[in-house]
Design a protein around this ligand. Sequence first.
Ligand SMILES: [Fe+2]
Length: 387
Amino acid sequence: MIEFHYNFPTRIIFGENKIDEISNLITPFGNKVLIICGSKSNQASGTLERLQKLLTSHNISFTVFEGVTTNPTEEIIKSGATKLKESKSDLIISIGGGSVHDAAKAINLSLSHEDKLIDYTVTGKHSVPGIKNELLPLITIPTITGTGAEISPASLVRLNLQKHIIFSPFLFPFASIYDISVMTCSERSTISKVGIDAFFQGLEAYLAKNSNPFSDKFALEAIKNSILYLPALSKQPDDLKAKSYVALSALDSLLGVSNSGVGAIHALSDPLSGRYNIHHGVAQTIVAKGILSYYKSIKLPKLKLLEDELVKLITPLHKSFPKDIIAQYEWFLEKLDVNITEDLEILRAKKVDMYKLTEESQNPDMATAPVELTSDIIENIFHNSIK
Ligand SMILES: [Fe+2]
């Protein structure tokens, strides 16, 4: 029996220089905008200045809130919400990586929802039904892609040293502009660690217990294009074809997970990011091999299916592509620059609390894992991943 429901209200504008059309999206809502961005990279690349010039030329006034960091905290959200309130904006534009879009959604929520942010998380006292349709329209402009945060109805925030998810259908951005001319990141390691999330999301969407033939199409595309194009982009950051396909894989991965959910790789990575502020892509890389090896040991049928699909899809283009799923994953990872060593050393030096990590892995991301992972299994995976 095939079962799924599909709702995707975000308008996607994909292509080079599409940012030039942004005023058409803004003017139906007004002429005052809050721009939310990260640190100095947008300024350095000239993207923020380009956006400001575009807005000025269309008589749209703007206020800028900058300084959003990876794994955004309540402090950042609060100061962004104050800026949003003072600016009396009609609309929000977030420009940057996943954390910037996550922060923008939480800032937007804070404007009209006055209780503490933790109350609106999926495990909070208001949870999903407590979020009302009172949010400002949000336009996202990803400058690097991987998480799909730019089109998702979720905001991932770091509260009280834990990663929390705020989710609501009202958090869907109104529009997202995938413009490769503003995706200017040239750092190999950043491209790799951000981009690998699309691969993990595709992988988990494909393996998830709620996966279905509809989500599988997106998930498989995300996995395939990540394997084919993320190594190429991290090697050659100005390769436009690779950049387009990496952006497409982020989009596909999010369409996959929004229909089937994620699983253990995300669930185990969450406490690593929440407790130790480890980058999402790095945290997933730390635990992924252990989780895939466990799935292989229990002969998870969908994993075998994926192994065969990947041989069919990748081998015609890369003769050296292995036949075994773990070797396939390692073949892909070797071609990237995801540095887990530094964070592993920090974790080892801190003598992490395995019990807490295990306990906090039983979070909402685990709900759609293909099989139940007991505490013993989780602790074992952490132990082997960090030792
Ligand atoms: Fe993710």
